[in-house]
Design a protein around this ligand. Structure first.
Ligand SMILES: [Zn+2]
Length: 190
């Protein structure tokens, strides 16, 4: 918006300057001679001054628009108060919400992956079972690997947040557990 207006002002000022510089300031006397007219020269000066002023205003507005645009880049929405915060902020400046924690949280079916394997590497088998069942739900016909692959975006986030070692361990545990659950199911059916 500001950018568009500033470009408009710059365009008008350039047109005014071109017009004033090409302005004919001569008049013909009764004798047919052309002479410079002081009034027209003064008018041309006003045009040039106004044109230059508009050009400066336009350029400054354009620079300001770029700066404002940049300050809005890298902005995120705080999940707690829905206010704008910097993408790199650790704590929300509006409500004090810990953004670092929520950013580093990876949820699958609403389950924080740290509820499956904690930071110490300890596995909570109960939670592992619960999540495996949620992942298996509606996908019982698929292989454990295919089920896992369908969670590709979440697995990529686990890799980026918790590291490749953690991600590999998580995938291994989930795949093995889904295979075990599937095995148990088909075993019951026979
Ligand atoms: Zn907030």
């Amino acid at each position: 918006m500001i950018k568009t207006i500033s470009i408009l002002i710059i365009s008008i000022s350039i047109i005014a300057l071109i017009y004033s510089l090409n302005m004919d300031v001569t008049v013909y006397t009764a004798l047919g001679r052309s002479v410079n007219n002081i009034g027209l020269i003064a008018q041309r000066q006003i045009f040039i001054i106004v044109g230059c002023t508009l050009l400066i205003i336009g350029v400054l507005a354009y620079i300001a628009a770029i700066f404002i645009g940049n300050s809005y880049r890298g902005v995120e929405i705080c999940p707690a108060c829905v206010e704008k915060v910097k993408a790199t902020a650790v704590v929300c400046k509006h409500c004090g919400h810990n953004l670092d924690k929520s950013r580093r949280q990876v949820l699958i079916h609403g389950v924080d992956v740290l509820n499956i394997i904690d930071r110490n590497g300890d596995v909570n088998t109960e939670n592992l079972d619960a999540l495996s069942r949620l992942m298996l739900d509606g996908m019982a016909e698929h292989t454990p690997l295919a089920i896992l692959v369908s969670y590709h975006p979440e697995l990529e986030k686990i890799k980026s947040v918790h590291g490749i070692e953690y991600s590999n361990r998580f995938e291994y545990l989930i795949e093995k557990n889904i295979a075990r659950l599937k095995g148990g199911k088909s075993g019951n059916n026979h």
